[in-house]
Design a protein. Structure first.
Length: 279
């Protein structure tokens, strides 16, 4: 196999398995190549990824070491991706009753969701989460791609009990937007005690759902190491949760039938400081 063929195959193998460590021995057996030759191949891939700012190829030393791909984006690339989403969100045809907006087309796009997952993974990787947690149903695609980019399991909290879940822990919480009592439940087998969890959702108005998820994680005796939401509405200003990260700020004027969207202030600030820096 020529070097160009090996590099193409190794790149595909690593990119499809983010954060998964692959030993040089496994590559040597798969491609029938010497480890020294593979090290040269990986050096080329590493330099290319660094130059194009499309992630990091990390080498781990030792007997149990190897190489892995980390989907680490620069703040410039994060800003570009979020700006593209903001552009797609503009348009009065997306306005739904109650100040909500239509997101199904965005959440149904595999490419868009994969890119969003890498954005969330870049932002929260330093928190070292062990699980990604979301509540059904609209937040599942983003949470799934975030879990894939971090190479950790996804846990989906249900709004109704299912017989296949076995024993469950059920919690009532107050919806921040409708001020109605709602219910969420999770199988007691879904999360081990003392797990480090990252909560992900697609849309937040007042934060009642995220507050409910945080309280539920407390009942499971798990530590919430991060909370991320793709889109946050500017109203109401007072949220039921304070420790979270949003990427897009949205304001809907139903009377004028207009949607105003912009990147979160922290993205703008970091971009202004150093457009080529990593988070």
């Amino acid at each position: 196999m020529r070097r160009s063929q090996r590099i193409a195959a190794i790149t595909k193998w690593l990119v499809e398995r983010p954060y998964q460590v692959v030993s040089l021995t496994e590559f040597a057996e798969r491609f029938n190549a010497a480890k020294s030759t593979l090290s040269e191949d990986l050096a080329i891939i590493r330099e290319t990824f660094a130059e194009l700012e499309i992630g990091k190829i990390q080498t781990l030393p030792g007997a149990t070491g190897g190489v892995r791909y980390i989907p680490e984006l620069t703040i410039q690339e994060i800003s570009r991706r979020i700006a593209a989403i903001c552009e797609k969100l503009e348009g009065a045809q997306r306005i739904l009753p109650g100040g909500f907006i239509y997101l199904n087309d965005l959440l149904a796009s595999p490419m868009a969701i994969a890119e969003i997952g890498e954005v969330f993974a870049t932002k929260f990787a330093s928190s070292n989460p062990e699980y990604v947690v979301t509540v059904e149903t609209s937040g599942i695609p983003i949470a799934l791609m975030t879990a894939r980019s971090l190479n950790i399991p996804l846990v989906v909290v249900n709004r109704i009990n299912r017989p296949a879940d076995g024993p469950v822990l059920t919690m009532n919480y107050l919806s921040g937007s409708s001020r109605q009592l709602q219910t969420m439940s999770l199988s007691r087998r879904a999360l081990p005690k003392d797990s480090r969890v990252l909560i992900i959702d697609d849309f937040m108005k007042a934060g009642g759902t995220l507050r409910g998820l945080t309280d539920l994680m407390g009942e499971f005796e798990c530590e919430v190491v991060g909370t991320g939401v793709l889109i946050e509405t500017t109203e109401p200003k007072e949220k039921l949760i304070s420790d979270y990260v949003s990427f897009i700020l949205l304001r809907v004027n139903e009377e004028e039938q207009k949607i105003y969207v912009e990147q979160a202030k922290w993205i703008k600030d970091l971009t202004a400081v150093d457009a080529n820096s990593n988070l």
